[in-house]
Design a protein around this ligand. Sequence first.
Ligand SMILES: [N-]=[N+]=N[C@]1([C@H](N)O)O[C@H](CO)[C@@H](O)[C@H](O)[C@H]1O
Length: 899
Amino acid sequence: SRARGPMVRSVLEINKPANTANGAGKVDLAGEVANELKYRLAAPKADTDKLYQSVAWSVHNRLVDAFDKTHEHWNKEDPKHVYYLSAEFLMGRTLTNAVHNMGLQGDYAEALKQFGQTLEGVHGAETDAALGNGGLGRLAACFLDSMATLDLPGWGYGIRYRYGMFRQAIKDGLQVELPDYWLDNGNPWEIRRPETRFNVGFYGKLEGDKWVPGEEVIAEAYDVPIPGYGTKTCSNLRLWDALPLVELDLDAFNAGQYEKAVEQKRKADDIAAVLYPNDATEYGKELRLKQQFFFVSASLQDTIARYLEKHSDLAGLPEKACFQMNDTHPTIAVAELMRLLIDVHGLPYDKAWAITTKSLAYTNHTVMPEALEKWPVAVMQKLLPRHMQLIEQINDAWLASVKDHSASKGAQLQAAKKAEREAAAAAAKEERAKAAAAALEAATTPEEKAAAEAAAKKAEEEAEAALKAILEEDAKVDYVAEVLKSYSIIQENQWNKGEMLVNMAYLAVVGSFAVNGVAAIHSEIIKTDIFPQFVELTPEKFQNKTNGVTLRRWLAYCNPELSALITEALGTDAWVKDATLLAGLKPFAEDAAFRKRWRDVKFAKKAALAKHIKEVTGYEVSTQPLFDVQVKRIHEYKRQFMNAISIIYRYKKIKEMSPEERKKVVPRVCIFGGKAASAYYMAKKIVALVVAIAAKVNNDPEVGDLLKVVFLPNYNVSEAEVIIPAAELSQHISTAGTEASGTSNMKFALNGSFIIGTMDGANIEIGENTGFENLFIFGVQAEEINRLREERKDFKDYDPRWTEALEWVKAGAFGRADYFDDLVASVNDMTRGNDWFLLANDFASYMDAQDEVDKLYRDQEEWTRRSILYTAGNGFFSSDRTIDQYAKEIWSVQPCRQA
Ligand SMILES: [N-]=[N+]=N[C@]1([C@H](N)O)O[C@H](CO)[C@@H](O)[C@H](O)[C@H]1O
């Protein structure tokens, strides 16, 4: 393979202080930072950016030390490892998290004093590592923090995208997407591993079972140390970059074929170039599958290679490695592990299958049909011919194993159908008998009696003939085949007859020993709606693992003021590592003095956010009003549009009020944030509407501070860390049964923000932990959705507030009436839309819930009391609890910590 010169590290070696300056075993951090500034950055002066980088490189050295010691220990102990395969890791910034997790905040604060700076002062210079879209990617990042903090031997495996989640800007009131050049200033948080490379093939042909790839690239590893909190453990996130086998084809170049000369490099560069910006929606592009296979193949090759360094028999692999597939994005792993075990390591099919199905586990994150990946067989065949062959073999073996079950189930269904028909026929017969009897009764003359009898007889004959015909029709239905088809991984595209698809979720279920959802309601829905036929066969395979978030980033570090108050009240900061201790806060909710201090912290965070809003949007917002926040990816099922309609109505009413009446209004600042997928037409219109509402409301002197609306652009992890601590009310208003879990709801609750929401995802479990009386729950239940969708076309019961608000939009009150027309129609005109997410059905109870919010906010003591109960009651949503459950109930991985 193509060797590269010695890496930067050698420079560090030169600088690594053999013994520490003050001989006290403590590294002279200030000296090290100065060294980085002088030699690595050669920076003439220590501006914030350069100082940030210098500190970062110094922390890099601490991380490398911790990383090496941890992996030395794990290499020696050889514990079972878990490998979290994810196409997304939404890490955000690292400096603050790494310094605090390693307990170095004091040392670095000291060191930075010598540069007249603070950690808070330089942390803003760091660019987010935005290698994810939303919840799924951020969950993976929180999981890494918890796995390291719990000393669990485990790595993340993913893709080192050169461009992460696009940067969102608002131009002329519309969302525009800009590339995310996150690597421009280098990346102190990664360690390049040129010695760790694997070849990954694509395309090509099959000679029998032998695959001859038509294209090959090199997967090169980059390690991102993951320091645990309050432990020496520093685990790893290994990200793969793609390199060409031949970077420059000099012969082609000399022949003037410049394109051809760099073709391999271009193709390789494309693979890890950019993150696909879709959240909860599949993107069936071939390059997407290429990305998925690229990191999965490299990760499996890497794990097997390290396993074989210590073990000779691959049959033992499941004892030493468990692979968690984060949604279906890594599910090609089922076929790739089979290929590696059979084609590369020469195992027989059954042995390989036994190892595969004992090593893989799958997490489903959404029930949205458009998110369940189904790759056309033609695409899989072309890109990965050997894997398509293996998937066919896997499917054949699988269908053979469910043949008997399908036969008995098919017969049952057939019998049930027949019984249903006959029952219906019997019921109809009874009706007819009654009618005939009545007719006979009514007949007064023999002719009439005869006619009634003849009519009854004819009706009977017709009914019997109809039943016979139906039963014959039914008999034609091969129920056994239908049942078998419902199990098939390879299935016909119902929207494009004849096109065969590989259902990646089915492949994941068949190839895994455990399948879990991400919140209690979601795990039930996937069992009843997505995989019922699989649950019948292997109910024990299906579990729930309610999501969680790391309390380090999402409370201790983003809200140090509230954390200090919590630590003071509890008399310890042990809650940062044991979230159950937060329950100790409950009695303080009854303490007026404590409530006052709690409110003061919230007020300070609101002031910080108001300052940020001013800097970013130019809008001046007061900190008196209630801060009402909805930040998450823009999606019709998350119903930001419903929130916007409620604000339009609130604004309209304020306008129509007398000054007297306006005095009774509970002022609000309504804050939105979230990116719309670049090709998601309707979501982009929702962004534009919110921006247009803000422009109108915020420049309306009549309304003043009674109502302000803000769309904060480029919502990402770092923005969330400023917004969430400042929120008083957060909105999680998805149509029941659509949001698998949500995780921002947990972050808001832990920061004392109220929740207005539906009985959906983790809202329900937050209600169970906080007490539903403290949440503003509204809307229809999940089990009613299908019926209401049926009835939606005849829905007449529009709430007058809904109609008034939408008529205002249609009248052009916020401009662009034509542009917003189909957005309004999508929920309000059943001839042009179908209000699939039932906004009209939930609007009235939503508005009533919002009125309850206003009512309670007037009682600041009671509001604060309950706000404290939110933080006290939601320790359950620590990702440490989630990961502890995964480790015990799926991975069978135990902590392995250094002495
Ligand atoms: N894809 N996906 N799924 C999601 C989120 N959009 O990323 O995963 C998140 C993490 O499990 C869930 O909280 C969220 O409800 C779900 O929609």
